[in-house]
Design a protein. Structure first.
Ligand SMILES: [Zn+2]
Length: 354
């Protein structure tokens, strides 16, 4: 049986006078005249035409040549095809680069993300990734759910208070999207070595943990460097830089730039770590905005697109303005640099003697 073609779901249409204007991204096609005859053909095209039928209608041939048509999905009992129907329309636009939307969906489903830290930000990231069809996770956190988490985390409920966050998160994730794999590791990270077996072979590390400040970023960045795992680090208002490969800046390049600008930065961190841990304010909408951005970066990477935070940091200010700060790879970075003994001290130096 001939494969049928139909209009891609993301094609936009405007009827202007006697013409129909169709657009897909930056590509435009004008069909004129566009009468009731063409309108009827367009409705028929929604359910699929064979290649021969398309070839017999000049304006449809032009749409086909411009990449506006896609193959209809073959009959399948795969529930994911129904679940991700609207996502498939989105992925359909990427078929122009040569891969089918089903291959791209499969790539997301097979992708393995390691998530370190299950705070409020992580809860928004996790649900966004599940909505985008990401299918394999390792979640790492040493804490139990507290009542005070519930003003910003959508992974937990009051009934979960006192239970390990990783256990509760895995249950919530499986409930939302049953065909995923979730591995849990209840661990309060104390050094980079603990992370190596978890990072090894993963497609992406998302670090959403914040304690101890900066030091946890160092451990995660260093472990990801050793296992050659792409990594994105974020907190509620700061995301990046995204490190995919050796030539990209890492999160400790960001630290080293701060050290160059302010040589006492390390001493300030040491003092901060010695202070009792405070309870900073946390407002859920910030987490949801930043979490959406983090998840979008992750999905772009997993689909083979370039993340927006390569060699730069995205920040969200308290007045809701957002923007990017450049963050070049720093040769004096203690994790990815090449300066040897001239490298700037890393944040873990602040823990010595404590
Ligand atoms: Zn670096």
């Amino acid at each position: 049986m001939d494969t049928k073609l139909r209009l891609r779901g993301r094609v936009q249409m405007i009827w202007v006078d006697d013409a129909l204007l169709l657009s897909l991204g930056a590509t435009r096609v004008r069909v004129a005249p566009f009468t009731d005859k063409e309108l009827a053909e367009l409705h028929e095209l929604r359910s699929g035409f064979t290649a021969d039928q398309v070839a017999g209608v000049p304006w449809m041939s032009r749409l086909y040549g411009a990449g506006f048509l896609e193959e209809c999905a073959s009959a399948s009992s795969d529930p994911d095809l129904a679940r991700f129907d609207r996502l498939l329309h989105f992925l359909s636009e990427m078929e122009l680069s040569g891969e089918s939307r089903f291959t791209l969906l499969r790539r997301l489903h097979d992708a393995h993300c390691v998530i370190v830290g299950l705070g409020g930000l992580a809860s928004w990231v996790v649900y966004n990734l599940l909505c985008c069809g990401v299918g394999r996770f390792t979640v790492i956190d040493g804490d139990v759910v507290e009542m005070s988490n519930l003003n910003r985390s959508i992974l937990f409920s009051e009934a979960d208070v006192g239970r390990p966050k990783v256990t509760v998160a895995a249950e919530a994730m499986r409930r939302f999207y049953p065909s995923i794999e979730v591995t849990t590791r209840q661990l309060t990270v104390t050094c980079q070595e603990e992370l190596l077996p978890e990072f090894d072979g993963a497609d992406l590390v998302l670090s959403l943990a914040d304690q101890p400040p900066w030091v946890i970023k160092e451990w995660i960045t260093a472990a990801a460097q050793r296992t050659k795992t792409p990594a994105l680090l974020a907190n509620g208002s700061r995301v990046g830089p995204f490190r995919r490969e050796e030539s990209d800046a890492c999160a400790m390049c960001d630290w080293s730039h701060q050290m160059e600008r302010q040589p006492l930065y390390g001493d300030l961190l040491r003092r901060q770590i010695r202070l009792p841990r405070g309870s900073s304010g946390a407002l859920s909408p910030y987490g949801s905005m930043t979490g959406g951005f983090v998840a979008m970066e992750a999905v772009r990477h997993l689909l083979g697109l370039e993340p927006a935070t390569l060699n730069r940091v995205w920040r969200l200010a308290s007045d809701f303005t957002a923007g990017f700060d450049p963050c070049a790879k720093n040769p004096r970075c203690g994790v990815c640099g090449t300066a040897g003994e001239q490298a700037l001290p890393l944040p873990s130096r602040s823990l010595e003697g404590l």
